[in-house]
Write a protein that binds this ligand. Structure first.
Ligand code: HEM
Length: 162
């Protein structure tokens, strides 16, 4: 082979080798990347967006109902009858037309206001003021509804033994 021929064949090979070396040098250069944009912080407000507020998870507390006490019947207070009681002596203190109490069948009546109204006369009533009028009243009016009602509306108490 002649020198001339070697030169013609060797030149392209040298060129290829030189290019390869150049390319290799380039790829080994440190690549400086631009700084990555920092991610927006969670607290920074983004225009056009509402900042989500922290959701509050409701705390469900199990409430144990208080024990129901057994139903105790409330005793209804029985109103005590305020019955006035009279003795014979107390009754005797009302033996006039100005204060006429009489007792008929154990009950005591104030018939003072009825004296001037009695259809059978005031005297018939005054006979029983301050005393037991059972015999006279029952003898005259026993079983008659009207005298009975007239008496009932004037009841003030009951007789008691000393
Ligand atoms: C506090 C007791 C008495 C009462 C509340 C009383 C009430 C009355 C009443 C309501 C009448 C009318 C009856 C009627 O319209 O149907 C009457 C009539 C009469 N009462 Fe009396 N009375 C009493 C005591 C007496 C007594 C003690 C006597 C005699 C002892 C007497 C003799 C008469 C007589 C004669 C009449 C008229 C006749 C008659 O409608 O029956 N009452 N009385």
């Amino acid at each position: 082979m002649k020198k001339h021929t070697i030169l013609i064949l060797g030149l392209p090979i040298l060129g290829l080798l030189a290019y390869g070396a150049f390319a290799l040098a380039r790829t080994s250069d440190p690549v400086v990347l631009p700084p990555a944009p920092s991610a927006p912080s969670a607290s920074a407000p983004v225009p056009g967006h509402t900042t989500p507020t922290a959701s509050v998870t409701p705390t469900v507390t199990a409430v144990t109902p208080p024990p129901i006490p057994p139903a105790t019947p409330t005793p209804t207070p029985t109103p005590k009858p305020t019955v006035r009681t009279f003795t014979k002596a107390e009754l005797a203190q009302h033996a006039s037309a100005s204060s006429c109490y009489t007792t008929i069948e154990g009950n005591v009546y104030d018939v003072t206001s009825y004296i001037p109204l009695h259809p059978g006369g005031a005297a018939a009533i005054q006979m029983i003021c301050g005393a037991d009028g059972s015999v006279l009243f029952m003898g005259q009016h026993g079983g008659d509804p009207k005298p009975e009602r007239t008496l009932e509306s004037r009841k003030i108490g009951v007789m008691v033994s000393e």
